[in-house]
Write a protein that binds this ligand. Sequence first.
Ligand code: AMP
Ligand code: ZN
Length: 297
Amino acid sequence: MLDQTHLRNGLLRDPEAVGVYGRGATFDRVLTGLNAAITGLEAAAQPVMLRFPPVLGRRTIERCGYLHTFPHLLATAYSFEGNSRAHAEFVEAAESGNDWSPFQRMTDVVLTPAACYAVYPHLSGALPEAGVMVDVESWCFRQELSSTPERMRAFRMREFVRLGKPDEVRSWRDAWLERAQEFLNSLGLAPSLAPANDPFFGDSAAFLKASQQEQELKFELSVGVLDGVRAATISCNYHLDHFGSMFDIRLGADSAAHSGCVAFGLERLTLALFFAHGQNLSTWPAAVLDLLQLAHA
Ligand code: AMP
Ligand code: ZN
């Protein structure tokens, strides 16, 4: 029988697709409150707010260098383009449980793997002297097959992205290492900070990881999400001039802007809140409910 309480409150595991979740009202309320609290963190800087759909131009992902580093996480959109005869064969293959991938062709879009990639193509050209800060959110997809809910294939990522002079971007990112810890502490989540451990692909993985760590490009804040499981919830990134050069984003006459971003995983943070404070919002600490703008029960 349909369990309505579960539907209302729960994180709904898709019975046919690993790592894909729906959500009920309570999970959604907490995530919405969390998102509003994140807005407050950079409100004083008045970032430019941009929202994007969960797909990106294929050319953008190529320019971001994603095929070199994380080809195994990327999903590409395919579609059917054939005639009626091909259509009949397509349906026939699907209905008999056969592989129907030969009937589809690659389109010019991919599923967005990180929210900030959508921003850079819009910033080509000269930036103002003070640089720019963007507030972006997008659904993201990563082909990571896992049956534990902190590792989803589709999830939302909220980011602040800062472009400007090298020293300004770096010190903004460094200040965020502190600020992100304070934010998580204020949510009662007891974070730990460590250099990132990205799952780079293939033979260059060890080299890419060592160079990311040596140049201190990426740090992650982990918190408890399930019994005995901690996971990264916020990452603080410095990209040097990688995106500035690739997308011709300039400061002054011809120097490429540097960039950095702070990325919040909204579903993962919400899971961590339920893990820390329990399933029943009425028992959550008042300070946490206030921060999430949730009325006390
Ligand atoms: P990253 O771009 O890998 O630094 O990811 C930014 C944030 O997105 C992480 O700190 C997580 O909070 C969240 N995130 C990344 N991968 C996943 C995933 N597979 N499922 C849920 N959240 C994720
Ligand atoms: Zn980013």
